[in-house]
Design a protein around this ligand. Structure first.
Ligand code: PBG
Length: 322
């Protein structure tokens, strides 16, 4: 095999051959596109740290999802900015909440588009934590009931899949039981299984107005230093009934994606988070990176690592370049 008998460059000489031997490809079907839904009417405001992504009121979501569906993107992930917040995140599970309204509207406007809802309390609580608090502690078991109510109300409004992102213990099993008891046995759960306490969520917290008002999320989200623990979290979520397991963020955790891919035969999702998106946008604006090739390289790296599904804010803009 050694040079000069074997020349690795032979397979790179011609464009056609380079494409034939390409091992990984991106397609529109790989993506889930996140949307931020706000109350009111006529709102379409760009999120400053996430160029090309908007706060949209329910009436304008309609137009947006038709565009998303026309691009061939199979699913959207909904985040809600509620009218009001309180200690127990009541609007997360209100039948007239923004996500519940948006789910209904989207199913009418673009019936083929899958509606996935993020199930968490942090956008809806006045303290900004993903669970109920007692003093300065986030209480696990009391939170489960509220997450179950949230997931059920999303499904009753028309959501096709729920994605719990809170990192409370036992929430996947609890949500599965709740959905099954109400006859929603075929609604899948995409679990944020290995979700790290990451600095790369910065722009999202501005977008979703979900910054914790005290402390941080390290008592429930994972330590970035741990990979074995990620496998344990994934295993637990699978035992509790997860249908798709997610690793989040993606780019600094490609090893975790790769290991999760090897340990399970379930579909693996990876979340290319707000900070990862914003870094490329910002560097491109400074003239330091060529934006589109850099976006595509990041995404193909995530897929090559083992992700079947990529949640990304760049879904719409990269599709014409695939
Ligand atoms: C809610 C949630 C977060 C993200 C997705 N769901 C924020 C957080 O945990 O602080 C982050 C998404 C992103 O940064 O793109 N818990």
């Amino acid at each position: 095999m050694r040079f000069p008998i074997y020349r690795a460059r032979r397979l790179r000489e011609h464009d056609v051959l380079r494409q034939m031997v390409q091992e990984t490809r991106l397609a529109p079907q790989d993506f889930i596109y996140p949307l931020f839904v706000t109350p009111g009417r006529g709102v379409r405001e760009e999120i400053s740290s996430m160029p090309g992504n908007y706060h949209l009121s329910v009436d304008l979501v309609e137009e947006e999802v038709r565009e998303v569906a026309d691009l061939g993107i199979p699913a959207v992930l909904l985040f809600g900015l509620p009218e009001g917040k309180d200690a127990v995140g009541s609007e997360a599970y209100s039948p007239s909440g923004v996500i519940q309204q948006a789910s209904q509207v989207i199913k009418k406007a673009a019936p083929s588009l899958m509606v996935v809802t993020d199930v968490c309390l942090c956008e809806y609580t006045d303290h900004g934590h993903c669970g109920v608090i007692e003093g300065d502690r986030i209480v696990n078991d009391l939170t489960l009931d509220l997450l179950c109510r949230t997931a059920l109300s999303h499904v009753e409004a028309g959501a096709d899949m729920v994605a719990p992102s809170d990192m409370m213990d036992g929430r996947v099993g609890a949500i599965r039981e709740t959905l099954d008891a109400k006859g929603h046995v075929n609604v899948p759960i995409m679990a944020y299984a290995a979700k790290y306490a990451s600095s790369f969520y910065g722009p999202f917290r501005e977008a979703a107005d979900s910054t914790p008002q005290f402390g941080d999320r390290r008592s429930y989200q994972m330590n970035p230093a741990n990979a074995r623990e990620a496998l344990r979290e994934v295993r637990l979520d699978i035992e509790e009934g997860a249908d798709i397991v997610m690793v989040k963020p993606a780019l600094a955790y490609l090893d975790v994606i790769c290991q999760v891919r090897q340990m399970t035969d379930l579909p693996v999702a990876a979340y290319n988070v707000s900070g990862e998106f914003a870094m490329i946008k910002a560097a491109a604006r400074m003239g330091w990176l060529d934006e589109m090739p850099a976006m595509l390289e990041a995404l193909i790296g995530i897929k090559r690592a083992g992700a079947d599904i990529i949640l990304t804010y760049s879904a719409k803009e990269v599709i014409p370049h695939l």
